[in-house]
Design a protein around this ligand. Sequence first.
Ligand SMILES: [Zn+2]
Ligand SMILES: [Zn+2]
Length: 331
Amino acid sequence: MNWYPFELHTHTPHSDGRHTLAEMAREAKRRGLDGLALTDHNTISGLTERGVVEKETGIVIIQGMEWTTFYGHMLTLGLKGYADWRDLGPDDIHKGIERVHKQGGLVGIAHPYALGSPICTGCHWDYHISDWTDVDYMEVWHETLPSIRMHNQPALELWEGLLNEGLRICATSGRDWHGSKAGDDPEAATFLGIPNSEKLTESGAIQAIRSGAVSISMGPLLLCQIAINGRQFGLGETVPIRDGLEGLEATVTVSLDFHVRHGAWTLEPQPLSIVLRSNLGNMGEARLQPGETELTYALPVKELKWLRADLFGVFHGVRTKIAFTNPIYFS
Ligand SMILES: [Zn+2]
Ligand SMILES: [Zn+2]
């Protein structure tokens, strides 16, 4: 896999953003990103410049939109055409999701616990979801320096609760980028895993989110892999423990790549903490000394449904979660 950092939630003056698509793509390139999704509120008109901007900057641009309604904000990515949201009441979101899926797109819940009315009417997620298997991804981290934002904590808990119920929803981050100025807090990037044999394209990026080959970080790229019985599994993949693997131990490798997005973030040399998380809770915490980039663990797989990694350390002056991966699943 090659891992490409993306920004998946952005706005231009076609809704309430302050930078044009070209200005944003240039800034994205400067910030070490390889791609972005344009998700203006209820319009895709900003995408008319896409071809020119992609050619100028080399940034891959995903067609997206943020359905901006009284009952919540829903992000759509990778539609072939247009899907209407205007007739949907609070109990009709599955009808809307079906329209997006019919167009080959993905749906993601934006900032599910952002403050609603009177601060931001519709920003809080109030649609009734009767079947979570319809939801492709969730914006678990929202805005700059997302790990310290109060409204992201319940989003993370909701996501892990759904994973515990056996659902496979991809977690993403979104800066909700409206413009940039000097002194902005650092943003997280959503790293999308694309097979080495493929070039980075919009459809490959969509496939990465669909399959859960996604890791999120404000700094170094955090990855997690499992080796068991001579086979390897990465983020989003499924270890088939029913195929006679129940009694075995897996070797879990967690690795960090400090070379990603060179110059876009800084991290003082320090011991960093890796925490393995699963449906069984915290599976252990370990220290990485400065200069170390990899840790391995041996774990019995018997009762696992999902497993993923968190990275903690001092970042931008606060001790905080710096990165987290999507899960590897077990069946
Ligand atoms: Zn929104
Ligand atoms: Zn937005």
